[in-house]
Design a binder for this molecule. Structure first.
Ligand SMILES: O=C(O)CCC(=O)C(=O)O
Length: 203
């Protein structure tokens, strides 16, 4: 048994929800957090709503194999080339998830006001039932999942420094997730969601 399996924590059984949480997956999380904060060329994107431009409440960077362009909320992200650190983290997450990844969205939440609203990672280029591996570093933040049709109670997990959460199966089809804002004073958090672009014609 590998170390990460020892810390596996079950997420409650719910229809169409397939999520594994590996607590304390990353033993060298402190070094990776410091490295990512310093090395990443962070940008704050914007969305346009009702004709107005709004900065999104977090910083981000998109890395991937050549050509792995990702489009979401009307924004097009061209990939930065993999760094040695991200390649190493990608391979460890792929081994735990049992699936390969070719791209990663890196999010930086500067404090409790930074967040991600309700959404599903269901863009066509990710394919019908994508496997998403989400690695958390830094401050503990609350991750929520809710059924799109409201037929089940929401599910929450407090994601801690070094945790790996893997979503698979119909999770993106039937559920949405978010990273909630908090009024509590919290430090910085970095999250990496490893993905695989399976349909490059749909970009
Ligand atoms: O920061 C997190 O835990 C969630 C990030 C997320 O939902 C996303 O990148 O799609």
């Amino acid at each position: 048994m590998t170390d990460w399996a020892l810390f596996h924590e079950a997420i409650p059984d719910a229809p169409g929800l397939s999520v594994d949480l590996h607590r304390g997956f990353l033993s060298d999380a402190d070094a990776h957090l410091a490295g990512l904060l310093g090395e990443t060329p962070w940008v704050q994107g914007e969305i346009v709503a009702a004709g107005q431009r709004h900065p999104i409440p977090r910083l981000e960077a998109w890395y991937g194999d050549p050509g792995r362009t990702y489009t979401y909320s009307g924004r097009r992200l061209d990939p930065l080339p993999w760094t040695p650190r991200l390649t190493g983290l990608r391979d460890r997450c792929a081994e735990a998830a049992g699936d390969p990844f070719d791209s990663v969205l890196v999010n930086r939440y500067r404090d409790g006001r930074d967040a991600v609203g309700w959404h599903a990672d269901d863009e066509p280029e990710l394919g019908p039932e994508p496997v998403i591996a989400s690695l958390s570093l830094g401050a503990t933040r609350r991750f929520r999942l809710r059924r799109k049709d409201g037929c089940h109670d929401p599910v929450t997990a407090d994601l801690e420094h070094g945790d790996l959460l893997v979503m698979r199966g119909a999770t993106q089809v039937l559920w949405q997730h978010c990273l909630a804002r908090t009024a509590r004073p919290v430090g910085e958090r970095v999250n990496l969601t490893f993905r695989r672009i399976v349909d490059r014609q749909r970009r």
